[in-house]
Design a binder for this molecule. Sequence first.
Ligand code: PLP
Length: 371
Amino acid sequence: MENPYLLLTPGPLSTSHSVRSAMRLDLCTWDDDYLQLVQQIRTKLVRLATANEHMIQYTSVLMQGSGTFGVESVIGSVIPDSGKLLIATNGAYGNRIIEIAKALHIPHVIYQSNENEPVNAGEMDRVLMNDPDISHVMVVHCETTTGILNPVKDVCEVAKRYGKTTIVDAMSSFGGIEMDVHNWKIDYLISSANKCIQGVPGFSFIIASKQNLERCKGQARSLSLDLYDQWEVMEKQHGKWRYTSPTHTVRAFDQALSELAEEGGISARFKRYAENQRTLVEGMEKLGFIPYIQREHQSPIITSFLYPESHFDFVSFYEFLKHKGFVIYPGKVSDQLTFRIGNIGAVHVSDMERLLDAIQTYQEGKGVVTA
Ligand SMILES: *Cc1c(COP(=O)(O)O)cnc(C)c1O
């Protein structure tokens, strides 16, 4: 069956036919074949996250659920009762971290930036200087709300100068943008199956040093989202998940990891995404659209565009593009009217060019969808 449209959304995204085909097998969760697959995936994730010489210190833990479950698992498991979390936010996903901290009754302080500005590591330095109770610092890498990139490396550098533990939501960037948890001083990195690795939804994953994970024992505020217990069972039972694992999703993910390697790894994927994004923005600017984020802060993942005029009919625009085979994304900026176009997944420059043609057709007034 063919997909009715291309998803130009930040995940779930359009996957390859071979990734979807990998799901056509029913695997047994405790059989050796499956456990080996899980262990291979865990090693491959660590390999993507740091250089060979540091791999031995790190591990990865797979966690059922969407990305938010991974974020909640980390927040709920790594901060002791005596801890306090500094949350940097400039968008909806940073704000979700605040919601999680509230729900779990974790003491926290918020460092808020404008949605169109990256969080400022220098200002966070001042917050840390004035509040010695802070034990953990958390930041979103690519804030998918707008597509802005936050300076994670600088933030972690500052946090480490004060001896703090660092947590990074790299949900929509890991696999698409090169990063090194060791060099960037990231203690816990969180991402999920259905973003830049280009798998299907069903689980998130956490990359952390074994030394850090050891400290989380007995600390979790949830049973099913206990990061330490999940890790311990995966280690001791060689790839076993504590509770039913998303076997089909895991198989698709393994295929997606092979395809990432075939493409040439993260650097090649980054190049494709960046070319997609450049093609999109140049074409959109020619058609009179203005991106919300300045070029130097813009990620190659997803782009927010301002409505071209205040009476812009997003619904008709959306429906027209869907009819032409593209699903775009509504905006999420709080004080401006925007819409978003993602360019990750099994998406290429030629798709961006076809999309731009469709948008031009819409503008030329041929955009009336007849039922
Ligand atoms: C997608 C995403 C998440 C997780 O969202 P889910 O809907 O739970 O998968 C978290 N943070 C960021 C930055 C994201 O892009």
